[in-house]
Design a protein around this ligand. Structure first.
Ligand code: IMP
Ligand code: MG
Length: 170
């Protein structure tokens, strides 16, 4: 495995993102919706850097990957739509790759009548997403390679690594 971004730089970037998000939502009813499993490490750092009063945190479990390949179909466990009514939604995700996961989830969220829906992704494979999904708050651009660490897994392993790595054989 080759290091891609170290812990110190991650910390720095998370603080910057929190400032951007605070500036965009201060005084508004905000619900952060964390996409599990990958988003949990990033989200836990990010929400603790956000000093906001009317902020709620929800979780949704979505999976599309089998090993290193996107399976092409997205599995989303049901969410309670009432929770999002009249609130601004900020989706917190580890990485936007093809954008398929995000596109499916946004379609579901729209039905629950939120005030707004925006995306905060720690990483974006911009070459692959290719403009399909607009990431409103982005940590870093990622190469079109397989990344692990800081919540991102390869077959459920490596989520616990505090830095980001590119898998060696990629
Ligand atoms: P998408 O639907 O193709 O955008 O894929 C998004 C999901 O696939 C993310 O939520 C990740 O869980 C997973 N994923 C995509 N690329 C990577 C990667 O490089 N490493 C680990 N997981 C990834
Ligand atoms: Mg994920």
């Amino acid at each position: 495995m080759k290091e891609f971004i170290d812990e110190k730089r991650i910390k720095q970037r998370v603080s910057e993102l929190a400032r951007e998000i605070y500036a965009a939502y201060q005084g508004m009813p905000l619900t952060c919706v964390v996409i599990l499993k990958g988003g949990f490490v990033f989200a836990s750092d990010l929400i603790r850097a956000l000093d906001m009063h009317d902020m709620e945190v929800e979780f949704v479990r979505i999976s599309s990957y089998k090993g290193r390949e996107s399976s092409g179909s997205v599995e989303i466990l049901p969410v309670d739509a009432d929770k999002f009514k009249n609130r601004h939604i900020l989706i917190i995700e580890d990485i936007v790759d093809t954008g398929l996961t995000m596109a499916s989830f946004i379609n579901i969220l729209k039905k629950s009548d939120p005030v707004s829906i925006k995306i905060c992704a720690f990483l974006e494979k911009r070459q692959i997403n290719n403009g399909r999904i607009k990431v409103n708050f982005l940590g870093f651009e990622a190469p079109s390679k397989f990344i692990v660490g800081y919540g991102l897994d390869y077959d459920e392993k490596y989520r616990n690594l505090p830095s980001l790595y590119v898998l060696e054989s990629d």
